[in-house]
Design a protein around this ligand. Structure first.
Ligand code: NAI
Length: 232
């Protein structure tokens, strides 16, 4: 018996590296997975929208409930980077990253929470080790990812008694389009800080998400680091 048979999940940014892998893992468990994608993947079930657009989020969530009957699982995975040193970081780049990574996740929670409470569901927020440790050139990104940790812990406290679990994962360097664009010298320096001397694969992150959704039934309000043993 598959563990998520009859369940419905929304994964934001499902057309990206980690989102696509999460979609595959949850689908293998029998879950109906719906992507909320900014960039269309033309795979599986997807809605094309910008998660910073609250009206679009609310309408798409309503449509999902109408068509698929329920929502049990929300994976807030969509994220962007706009790296720069503070001197050079524009206000626009600060706003864009906070709006997508943090406020976008909140928009999704607001739209889905009643359904998730009704179904005693699960929320996973994709944070980052950078949200826990900080990083040069990433004040916007690290603040957004640290914000997701606060969102996670507060939601876990607010809804634990309703049997809803809310956790965050904090990946290190994972091989995806997001890290592909990093300059070679940054990648090389990063590798030296990872005890396993390699970047992670999206599938490895997705397996953690699958565990948290299915078997991690007494894990709540936690941030699980998945970074191959990295010293920042
Ligand atoms: P990616 O760039 O392949 O995927 C990000 C996805 O988010 C894309 O599908 C993109 O279209 C979507 N997205 C961006 N803005 C959106 C919006 N406004 N509305 C809807 N969707 C939007 O990157 P990756 O690596 O798969 O990242 C997934 C998550 O993992 C992100 O939150 C990222 O910050 C996080 N992460 C990634 C790490 C890595 O090393 N790749 C490390 C730690 C965290």
């Amino acid at each position: 018996m598959k563990k998520l048979e009859g369940k419905v999940a929304i994964v934001t940014g499902a057309s990206g590296g980690i989102g696509r892998a999460i979609t595959k893992e949850l689908t293998e468990e029998g879950c109906t997975v719906i992507g909320f994608n900014y960039v269309p993947s033309n795979e599986g079930i997807e809605y094309v929208l910008d998660i910073t657009n609250r009206q679009a989020v609310e309408e798409a969530v309503k449509d999902v409930i109408g068509k698929y009957g329920r929502i049990d699982i929300l994976i807030n995975n969509a994220g962007i980077t706009k790296d720069n040193l503070v001197y050079r970081m524009s206000y626009e780049d600060w706003d864009a990253v906070i709006n997508t990574n943090l406020t976008g996740a909140f928009n999704m929670v607001k739209a889905c929470i009643r359904e998730i409470v009704k179904n005693e569901g699960v929320i996973i927020n994709v944070s980052s080790v950078v949200g826990l440790e900080g990083n040069i050139g990433q004040v916007n990104y690290s603040a957004s990812k640290a914000g997701l940790v606060g969102l996670t812990k507060s939601l876990a406290k607010e809804f634990g008694r309703k049997n809803v679990r809310v956790n965050a994962i904090a990946p290190g360097f994972i091989e995806t389009p997001m890290t592909e664009k990093l300059p070679e010298e940054i990648k090389k320096a990063a590798l030296e800080k990872i005890s396993m001397r390699r970047f992670g694969k999206p599938e490895e992150v997705a397996k953690l998400v699958r565990f948290l959704v299915t078997d991690g039934t007494y894990i709540n309000g936690q941030v699980i680091v998945i970074d191959g043993g990295m010293e920042m």
